[in-house]
Ligand binder design. Structure first.
Ligand SMILES: *Cc1c(COP(=O)(O)O)cnc(C)c1O
Length: 461
């Protein structure tokens, strides 16, 4: 958990920690962070652009020239319109899995041809909309394919359509995120009796069914297992095309799920390592016969977000120092509820937002919520914290502050994107306004205060 671990010069990691330190100092100096705004999310625009460039370069290096490649960002990782717009400018599309995520992608201006719809529970109306817009759709199961059949019969579609398969290659170290286990809820389980043959027939019978989709990776899944999932999907595409006597499946959507190294500043694994492993494991996928879609989420954004919170109080309990801060379960839900699976690095800053020096003491970093387990970090060695200092939860750009959890009606913090000005300062732009108390009341039934007291009494009294 060493925040100062070496960054490889020239890599996408270079300068990230220094940019973050500058941004925290500037956020305090400019009053974005302080007694009245004790919690913010910061997004590193240069870092996001670098990760997008690294992703593009990694696959450009392994595909045959002219291969169509669509990188579709998994919107659930960071569902923020300005982030989707930035990624769109970087040539990255959007993978959406709900009407809300589709609305965000469209609000960001992502063109339908660069959107992929993957939700496991699409309604008929969602399917009709997506197929009318030309958005790529991956059918999750036979019943959904029936619904798509009906739309295609009625209106036709320009959308590329695929089937999601589960190669059942096994899970990783985090059960809730293992998508390719024998009993995973996603896709058609290929090793189940008759399933593989059903997929082959479904494709042979439908000229418009041209894609296979598998998302076999996630945090905690080893790369070779991810690559095996892709290899199994490729083998199925080859079988379908052989039996069709032509190239019926023309695109493989290989999902996302590259793990993020939350333990240090070093990006490991890199997109380049994964792309090279895929080419070694599944060379035929890169010889130009197949287009590619990827759906990376966490690995594109996690590194570039930082939650910064003010230390309100410090105390000791049972001899252990505890810093009570404004960042807890509402912005770091997974870490608080499953600290073993989702540890975060914490950095200490002083009252002016400068990295805090000093001999480290073991302490707990607590959040503001009213339950004992609301700890951002337990027993962590950090410089002794004092009221008015700041703590930063690092690598929280995906699945953290963008996914607020409304425990204790704690307000969603404001999120600010930043770039550096080259003179030791930073420019900020609002990505998401902080939630106000009026917002909280309105979203909690404030317009319906009498709803329950004005219902007729049950016995007519
Ligand atoms: C969540 C998800 C992703 C992104 O996963 P990450 O681990 O964030 O990269 C991609 N595709 C699908 C279908 C998903 O459900």
């Amino acid at each position: 958990m060493d925040t100062e671990r070496a960054e490889r010069p020239g890599s996408a990691d270079a300068g990230r920690a220094a940019r973050r330190d500058t941004a925290v100092r500037a956020a305090v100096a400019q009053g974005l962070l302080g007694p009245e705004a004790p919690l913010v999310g910061l997004l590193d625009v240069a870092g996001i652009r670098k990760s997008a460039a690294a992703l593009r370069a990694a696959f450009e290096a392994v595909v045959a020239p002219g291969t169509p490649v669509l990188h579709a960002f998994a919107v659930k990782a960071t569902p923020l319109v300005p982030v989707l717009r930035l990624l769109d400018e970087e040539g990255i599309g959007a993978e959406v899995a709900s009407p809300g995520e589709l609305a965000l992608a469209r609000a960001a201006g992502v063109p339908p041809a660069r959107i992929v719809l993957d939700s496991p529970a699409k309604t008929p109306a969602e399917l009709r909309e997506a197929l009318a817009l030309g958005i790529a759709v991956n059918a999750d199961n036979p019943q959904e394919l029936d619904r798509i059949d009906a739309v295609v019969r009625d209106t036709g579609t320009r959308s590329p359509v695929g089937i999601r398969v589960n190669p059942q290659v096994g899970g990783g170290s985090i059960d809730a995120l293992s998508t390719a286990t024998a009993t995973s809820k996603f896709g058609v389980a290929l090793r189940d009796e008759g399933a593989r043959e059903w997929v082959v027939r479904a494709c042979l019978d439908r000229p418009w069914l041209t894609r296979l989709h598998a998302h076999t990776g996630s945090q905690g899944i080893p790369l070779p297992l991810m690559a095996r999932g892709v290899a199994e999907t490729y083998a199925l595409a080859e079988e379908i095309n052989r039996r069709a006597g032509r190239r019926r499946i023309d695109t493989l959507d290989i999902g996302g799920g590259l793990p993020v190294n939350f333990a240090s500043e070093e990006t490991a694994p890199t997109y380049g390592e994964y792309a090279r492993l895929l080419r070694e494991t599944v060379p035929g996928l890169f010889d130009g016969r197949y287009g590619l879609v990827t759906e990376f989420g966490r690995s594109l954004l996690a590194r570039h977000g930082t939650v910064v919170a003010r230390v309100e109080y410090t105390k000791t309990a049972g001899g252990r120092p505890v810093a009570v801060t404004h960042a807890g379960v509402q912005v770091a839900t997974r870490t608080v509820y499953a600290p073993g699976a989702w540890p975060l690095r914490i950095a200490a800053y002083d009252g002016r937002g400068r990295p805090k020096p000093g001999p480290e003491v073991v302490q707990d970093i607590a959040g503001p919520a009213c339950f004992a387990g609301d700890l951002l970090a337990e027993g962590r060695a950090l410089p002794p914290l004092e009221p008015g200092d700041h703590v930063a939860a690092l690598d929280t750009g995906a699945y953290y502050f963008a996914q607020h959890y409304g425990y204790n009606s704690l307000a969603r913090p404001g999120i600010h994107g930043f770039t550096l000005d080259g003179a030791g300062g930073a420019s900020f732009a609002v990505v998401r306004e902080p939630q106000t108390l009026q917002d909280i009341v309105a979203e909690s039934g404030g317009a319906h205060a009498n709803a329950l007291t004005t219902l007729p009494a049950p016995d007519g009294r």
